[in-house]
Design a protein around this ligand. Structure first.
Ligand code: NAP
Length: 460
């Protein structure tokens, strides 16, 4: 008995050493890609239990293959501004893994975009897409172009130039981009128009997040925010809790944040704060979402304009202060690493009960550790924000069937998908002796499907 226990301990230690070495190799091979290192470390560490049970994954070098993108494309994006000046940005597309379907993942236009950001997002997308149960692989892309302050015509010229190159690498059965930070329906429209012109064919399934009039899906705009709240709701219900009568803080005021706020409010929560990259607003009466939608979706204004309309609310400069506002549920929905250890400790000391990640990798590893150590319910991004890409896959299905489902049909499918992701994640956490740890559960549940497909395809 003792010998067996010792062998088991040695085996576990060997797997741990293997993972530590692999993380070091990734860091060495991809110098200066800090966000990518962070994402890889979080995933690989959490996969140790599944590797201990299934050494085939090590023998087949599945992880070594998974951390290396199938393809990384970078390209020049020249365009002309309204004054006639020639500008040059850099375009990116990472086609990370196509084991279970065509590459799928959004495009981000933000000055901070670089190889590291695109690779971290693309890597996470592999497991997220697997969790949705839809046949989609992992990809991501974007540009360091800053859409802020640009005219509509400048945005159009940029999008056309970006798509002129990207069109050589994508297609409905190859790689299907969508939106992300800085890329909404307007940008998708301009890119779709250019793709159609270049191809000379109407391939609706090449992009998702399209306008409803030309192949978009009802419910896609709301999907990531609603999906995050549906997922958190499942997690709360499991503990006898709910959104009803809770106080909620949501960071950001973009696509994900707006619809996370809307669904949380529909479920009876009071949302008291939201933000943009300049600062945050606190409205003790509860945020007026119509004002936020008007400011952000229609007028392209800043969040401080809210207090001009609602003087009872206050505005504070800087983003991280939002986490010092007492709340029951915090939904970080803006960007990566926006919630650090200090912010986590502040939330915990103010009695937060649950965190739901609407953004990608919004919590630092130290923040996640603090939440888990303090038994705060924690819904990780890969699972919680998978509703957006899940409805994108439903958009692809409608495009290929030449059908358009109603908002109710899409929303009911989204709810089923989010419940299913929660169940898969919680079940995997139980199976691998980490009950309730959804970080481990979601990573393992997403990983196994992709890993098995990779093995079945042979070494390619
Ligand atoms: P969005 O509509 O462009 O909104 C982004 C929001 O975050 C804005 O309020 C923006 O403020 C704020 N923000 C951006 N960079 C920031 C920074 N460095 N510091 C503080 N605030 C910042 O983008 P989104 O589509 O909602 O995406 C938000 C997050 O959700 C991202 O992590 C994205 O990857 C993730 N996500 C999106 C989807 C989707 O379907 N859209 C799906 C899954 C995950 P400013 O306006 O001031 O820049």
């Amino acid at each position: 008995m003792k010998v067996l226990q010792e062998m088991e301990m040695t085996h576990k230690q060997n797997v741990k050493d293997y993972i530590d070495n692999l993380i070091k190799k990734v860091e060495k091979r991809n110098p200066n890609e800090l966000e990518f290192h962070q994402a890889v470390k979080e995933v690989l560490d959490s996969l140790i239990p599944v590797l201990v049970k299934n050494p085939t994954y090590i023998k087949q070098a599945v992880l070594e293959r998974m951390v290396e993108p199938e393809r990384l494309i970078t390209f020049r994006v020249p365009w002309v501004d309204d004054q006639g000046n020639v500008k040059v940005n850099r375009g990116f597309r990472v086609q990370f893994n196509s084991a279970i379907g065509p590459y799928k993942g959004g495009l981000r236009f933000h000055p901070s975009v670089n190889t590291s950001i695109i690779k971290f997002l693309g890597f996470e997308q592999i497991l997220k897409n697997s969790l949705t149960g839809q046949p989609i692989g992992g990809g991501k892309g974007g540009s360091d172009f800053d859409p802020k302050g640009k005219s509509d015509l400048e945005i159009m010229r940029f999008c056309q130039s970006f798509m002129t190159e990207l069109s050589k690498h994508i297609g409905p059965d190859i790689d299907v981009p969508a939106g992300d930070i800085g890329v909404g329906a307007r940008e998708i429209g301009y890119m779709f128009g250019q793709y159609k012109k270049l191809r000379g064919a109407y391939e609706a399934g090449v992009l998702t997040g399209k306008g409803i009039g030309y192949g978009g899906s009802l419910g896609r705009k709301e999907a990531t925010g609603y999906g995050t709240v549906y997922f958190v709701d499942e997690m709360l219900k499991d503990q006898g809790l709910s959104f009803n009568d809770s106080t909620v803080v949501v960071s950001g005021s973009g696509n994900v944040s707006i619809y996370a706020m809307e669904k949380a409010m529909q479920l009876g929560a009071k949302v008291v704060a939201c933000s943009d990259s300049s600062g945050y607003i606190y409205d003790p009466n509860g945020i007026d979402l119509d004002t936020i939608k008007q400011l952000k979706e229609v007028e392209n204004k800043r969040i401080y304009d809210y207090v001009k309309i609602h003087p009872e609310a206050s505005f504070k400069v800087g983003c991280s202060g939002i986490w010092s506002i007492p709340c029951d549920i915090a939904l970080p929905c803006a960007t990566q690493n926006e919630l650090d250890k200090e912010a986590a400790e502040s939330l915990i000391s103010n009695g937060v009960k649950a965190i739901g990640e609407g953004a990608n990798m919004p919590s630092t590893q130290e923040a996640i550790d603090a939440f888990l150590e303090n038994d705060i319910l924690f819904a990780p991004a890969k699972a919680a924000n998978a509703g957006g890409v899940a409805v994108s896959a439903l958009e692809m299905a409608q495009n290929s069937a030449r059908l358009a489902w109603t908002q109710e049909e899409v929303d009911s499918k989204l709810q089923d998908i989010m419940k299913d992701i929660y169940q898969k994640s919680i079940n995997a956490s139980k199976e691998y002796e980490a009950e309730g740890n959804l970080v481990i559960g979601a990573n393992i549940a997403g990983f196994v499907k992709v890993a098995d497909a990779m093995i079945e395809h042979g070494v390619i």
